[in-house]
Design a protein around this ligand. Structure first.
Ligand code: ADP
Ligand code: MG
Length: 257
């Protein structure tokens, strides 16, 4: 449809999505530049998670397109999009509770390499030392190395989310999508996660972060898009967005619900 624009890693073009009579996304346009942290903020129910799911092929838009490095993803399955270099952390962690942390982090490495669904990858895990070494490195990165032989199900909510982030990092994605990575965390856990995200910020992978916590947004984002009732109502640098009357109104509306 369009020619690839330089430096635009993710391009959401005129996307609409309804669930029955409810319009979750209306004419959403978003361009995410290479190497940037692009935050998407907005009140509950604004359509943020729906937008993220559209980007990874879990939800198909009613119309409009998603392009990754200029490539239209309309026909791609989620695992194919993952293989192209898109990883994501969901709002509710998706981990293997009855496997160890080490196994959890190794599985996405196999899934990406073999294009297999994760459950096939489970079988491949045991043998590979190089993947194990990488998994150990990643667990150190996310602060969970000491617990690598624990079962993932035993982790606290905050640790589960960091484990899931590790499961993304081992795939060395070009684009990392994070849906409220600090949701439900106490301040200490939130701060640990922000520190981790700051550390990986310099690694050059492009990130889209959906976040409710303004403290997190303003400490990480290069650019912010504001979604309210399925529409992008404001976009710009953090300071521009912070001062926008429209944004204040959208959040005020939520406070009064
Ligand atoms: P946010 O992540 O910004 O809180 P969501 O994208 O989860 O918002 O939801 C946007 C709207 O779409 C909400 O009104 C929600 O109830 C609705 N919605 C989301 N997913 C579905 C679904 N699978 N079926 C029906 N309605 C949905
Ligand atoms: Mg959400």
């Amino acid at each position: 449809m369009t020619t690839a624009e330089k430096n635009i890693v993710l391009h959401v073009a005129d996307v609409n999505k309804s669930f029955g009579g409810l319009r979750a996304l209306t004419e959403v346009n978003l361009k995410v530049e290479e190497g940037k942290v692009h935050a998407i903020i907005g009140p509950n129910g604004a359509g943020k998670s729906t937008l993220l799911n559209v980007c990874i092929g879990r939800i198909r838009p009613d119309n409009g397109h998603v392009l990754f490095n200029g490539q239209v993803l309309d026909e791609h399955e989620p695992h194919e999009i993952n293989q192209l270099g898109v990883s994501r952390v969901f709002q509710t962690p998706e981990i293997f509770a009855d496997l160890t942390l080490l196994d959890n982090v190794m599985i996405p490495a196999f899934a990406k390499r073999d294009g297999a669904f994760k459950f096939n990858a489970v079988r491949a895990v045991a043998a590979e030392k190089s993947v194990r070494d990488e998994a150990e490195y990643v667990l150190q990165d996310v602060g969970l190395y000491e617990r690598r032989f624990d079962l993932a199900g035993a982790l606290s909510r905050g640790d589960k989310r960091r484990l899931e982030l590790g499961m993304c990092l081992i795939q060395k994605p070009k684009l990392l999508l994070l849906d409220e990575p600090t949701a439900g965390m106490a301040r200490h856990d939130t701060n640990m996660t922000i520190d981790l995200l700051k550390r990986i910020k310099s690694r050059g992978m492009t990130k889209v972060i959906i976040e409710h916590d303004m403290h997190v947004v303003f400490s990480l984002a290069d650019k912010i898009s504001v979604l309210a009732q399925g529409k992008i109502i404001a976009e710009g640098l953090p300071d521009e967005v912070r001062g926008s009357p429209k944004v204040k109104e959208a959040y005020l509306g939520e406070a009064h619900q």
